[in-house]
Design a protein around this ligand. Structure first.
Ligand SMILES: Nc1ncnc2c1ncn2[C@@H]1O[C@H](COP(=O)(O)OP(=O)(O)O)[C@@H](O)[C@H]1O
Ligand SMILES: [Mg+2]
Length: 396
């Protein structure tokens, strides 16, 4: 059984194990060794196939990603070529982690680019959700503990994944024996993060430049929509993934665009503790300064050893409520949200021409290049954090 890799082949299914397609005559073996068996994914710029490596005696399974951008304008194709090459580079760097597929080969054949990677046996979380129904709190906590460790590994290597969503997370059927030491605190490395096509190295220039907006609209953080992905953008997408898995509803239905607020709690299939709800809400903050900044912060709150900062005032859990989730108040004159809004406004002034308010969902347009301020964003962030601390301590 083989699947012809020629995108124009009228009858790609070949029942034989030969070397050439019976219909169009194309080679069925890539690099004389990788044989595609069946398609398992189709994106905008290519296809993904389950394949086997015939060069090895055990003929192990592998995955072929074929890149063939359909004409969408030269600059888009150029960007796609860049992303595909980046995916290979990222996998080469990161694929030694048991929860990231290993890159086996990267080459061009018949004018098409290919990437061969380790096959992860299991369902992706979109398929799992469809088969098993909504997740509960325990499953979400396990998922977060598992995936945050992979994200920590990527972020430490300056890579922002930029396309975290259920389809790009596979639950491995047989956890790797090598997984536990690297995933301390996780559940044995069952979850694997795939699709590094949109991943980008967060160099200083990349972080401070208005880039191209990449990702899946329902899961993408507002700043990433504007082409400015930061590490916290992955945290946001992971938060969206969680509320989708908890409710089995499209993230678009979990967001009240009129009130600019998440309403996922209304649609829960099983109750979720106040503690986890607050963690998820903080992962889902539209304004980056109000969101968790690092994976470590989320992990710490998940451990429950430390209170969320600022200290939360206990609120009754209302699994079914029509009122939007409120932001966490603090027991000082000004609430944190007021402070954050004021600081965000100041920051907008600093940054000249940014948007203080999230325009999520209505604005899935890459922004044109904006002039950069003289002080860097991180300097401003540090200054604002300092001011915020003073506010909270009542120094003002
Ligand atoms: N290494 C892998 N092992 C097993 N299945 C994979 C692997 N990589 C991707 N897949 C499956 O194929 C689908 C498409 O692959 P992906 O890399 O996400 O491509 P796309 O860019 O088209 O989204 C994924 O959603 C996942 O279910
Ligand atoms: Mg994908």
């Amino acid at each position: 059984m083989s699947y012809c890799l020629n995108p124009n082949c009228p009858k790609p299914v070949n029942t034989n194990g030969g070397n050439f397609c019976l219909t169009c005559g194309s080679k069925l073996l890539l690099k004389e060794r990788y044989r595609a068996i069946k398609p398992i994914g189709q994106g905008g710029f290519g296809r993904t196939f389950l394949a086997i490596d015939e060069d090895k005696p055990s003929k192990p399974p592998c995955v072929i990603k074929q890149f063939y951008p359909q004409a969408q304008g030269t600059s888009t194709v150029q960007k796609a070529v860049e992303l595909f090459t980046q995916e290979a580079m990222r996998l080469d760097e990161l694929g030694r982690h048991p929860q990231i597929p290993e890159l086996l080969a990267y080459f061009t054949q018949d004018d098409r680019q290919y990437l061969v990677q380790e096959f992860i046996d299991g369902l992706n979380l979109a398929q799992e959700l469809e088969q098993k129904g909504a997740f509960n709190e325990t499953q979400i906590r396990q998922l977060l503990n598992d995936l945050l460790l992979v994200l920590q590994f990527c972020h430490a290597r300056q890579v922002i994944h930029r396309d975290i969503k259920p389809e790009n997370i596979i639950r491995r059927i047989t956890p790797q024996p090598s997984a536990p030491p690297l995933t301390k605190g996780g559940t044995g490395g069952g979850l694997v993060l795939v699709d590094f096509g949109a991943a980008k190295e967060a160099t200083y220039t990349a972080l401070n430049r208005t880039g191209t907006s990449i990702g899946s609209p329902e899961y993408v953080a507002p700043e990433q929509i504007r082409g400015r992905a930061i590490f916290a953008s992955d945290i946001y997408s992971l938060g969206v993934t969680c509320v989708h898995l908890l409710t089995q509803l499209s993230p678009f239905d979990l967001y009240d665009i009129n009130n600019d607020t998440w309403i996922w709690r209304q649609y829960l299939k099983s109750p979720v503790s106040n503690e986890l709800s607050r963690i998820l809400d903080k992962m889902l903050e539209s304004i980056p300064v109000r969101r968790y900044q690092t994976v470590d912060e989320v992990l710490q709150d998940l451990k429950g050893g430390q209170q969320l900062t600022p200290k939360p005032v206990s609120q009754p859990v209302k699994p079914v409520t029509s009122s939007p989730p409120t932001s966490t108040p603090v027991s000082i004159n000004k609430t944190t949200s007021q402070i954050d809004i004021e600081l965000e406004e100041m920051k907008t002034l600093f940054l000249q021409g940014g948007h203080a308010k999230s325009n999520k969902k209505t604005e899935f347009q890459p922004q044109p290049q904006t002039p950069q301020p003289s002080s860097s964003k991180s300097e401003i962030d540090a200054e604002l954090e300092e001011l915020k601390a003073k506010y909270k301590n009542g120094d003002f």
